[in-house]
Design a protein around this ligand. Structure first.
Ligand code: FAQ
Length: 311
């Protein structure tokens, strides 16, 4: 008797082999992957908006070139991830519809405004920094196309993090006003960055199954702790004040302690009521509608080409 699809799938997961698009997989594994991967793709694309607003106001040509390239990279990450999700039989139209209707989420951090030029530095340093901590672990996720997209994305994300930190070094060592801008950006962006890792493990609806299926490789709280541990020495190096008075080295745990996230704020923001949720979706819908002629032209060209080759 031949082995069942389930048995082959279980063995693949157990032995760290990748699951590929044509392999049999449990319906819930596919559904959970579509949820996480499409939300990840939406985060990359919606995430272009806060920094994108600053491209025309970058203070020098060099900063403008770097920011332009960085924002374009994020759009590219969205495309790799949408393509990887399409291998699971989810269409771009379905994914966009879920984003526009509010059914699909995207990272809560992008519902906060980028108020000053220092925010652009802090986003690169903290938001890309938090994204990398998570994405490094996702390089070994069990679904092949997702894992391969992550390997490529991480390479680009590390450049993003470094350009942001370099901006913060310049500001923190600049005039009194520049240092104050850097501090203000750190204070505002710190907590939303910690929220990027999601609820505590005890409140995380999907972690159990996702860890079992090796879609996720480290839990929300483990990843958040790694981010805090790597970032606190960077704050010290900048000579900035800690954004949380409870940050303190814990000798016994071998980690930094830190304060509690405002979970009410987190819930409000992920359910559509953050400072910029409505603007972000309105902007995305407009860009999508404005691009309709390009999609129409592609279909018209394809139809014409098929008709010509059939004749
Ligand atoms: N924001 O059961 P869990 C980037 C939702 S990329 C919004 O713990 P899970 C690059 C969650 O979806 C950043 N929603 O969920 C860049 C679920 O709701 P659902 C994006 C959140 O999936 C930088 C519910 O709460 N990275 O930044 C958030 O096991 C700069 C229950 O939560 C990824 O997407 C949140 N923060 O763990 C771009 C990485 N947290 O779906 C531009 C891949 C939780 O049932 C500029 N994703 N929720 O309606 C993951 O690793 C996971 O999906 C987590 C959440 C860790 C985000």
């Amino acid at each position: 008797m031949s082995e069942s699809g389930q048995a082959i799938f279980d063995r693949r997961i157990e032995s760290e082999q990748k699951v590929e698009p044509k392999d049999w997989m449990p319906a819930d594994y596919r559904k959970n992957l579509i949820r996480q991967m499409s939300q990840h793709a939406h985060s990359e694309v919606i995430g272009m908006q806060p920094e994108g607003n600053w491209i025309s106001r970058a203070p020098t040509l060099k900063r403008k070139m770097v920011l332009l390239a960085k924002v374009q990279d994020e759009g590219g990450h969205g495309l790799y991830l949408y393509s990887a999700t399409e291998t699971l039989n989810a269409t771009r139209d379905e994914m966009n519809e879920a984003l526009h209707s509010g059914k699909a989420k995207y990272a809560s951090i992008f519902n906060y405004p980028a108020l000053s030029w220092a925010d652009v530095g802090a986003i690169g340093w903290l938001v890309d920094g938090a994204a990398i901590v998570n994405q490094i672990s996702l390089q070994s996720t069990s679904y092949g196309p997702y894992s391969r997209a992550m390997i490529r994305i991480c390479k680009e994300e590390s450049f993003h993090q470094r350009q942001g930190y370099e901006m913060m070094i310049v500001l923190a060592n600049g005039t009194k006003e520049q240092k104050a801008m850097a501090q203000d950006a750190l204070n505002r962006i710190w907590w939303p960055s910690l929220m990027m890792f999601g609820p505590h493990d005890s409140d995380s609806a999907h972690s159990g199954r996702s860890m079992q299926w090796k879609i996720k490789r480290r839990t929300n709280d483990e990843l958040r702790q790694s981010f805090v541990d790597q970032t606190v020495p960077q704050i010290e190096f900048l000579g900035l004040e800690m954004p949380d008075p409870e940050i303190k080295w814990n000798e016994e745990r071998g980690h930094y302690d830190f304060g509690e996230i405002d979970w009410d704020e987190f819930k409000r923001v992920i359910s559509g009521d953050g400072p910029c949720n409505r603007d972000r979706i309105r902007h995305h819908k407009k860009a999508h509608d404005d691009g309709q002629w390009v999609r129409d032209a592609l279909v018209a060209y394809q139809t014409k080409k098929s008709a010509a080759s059939a004749a």
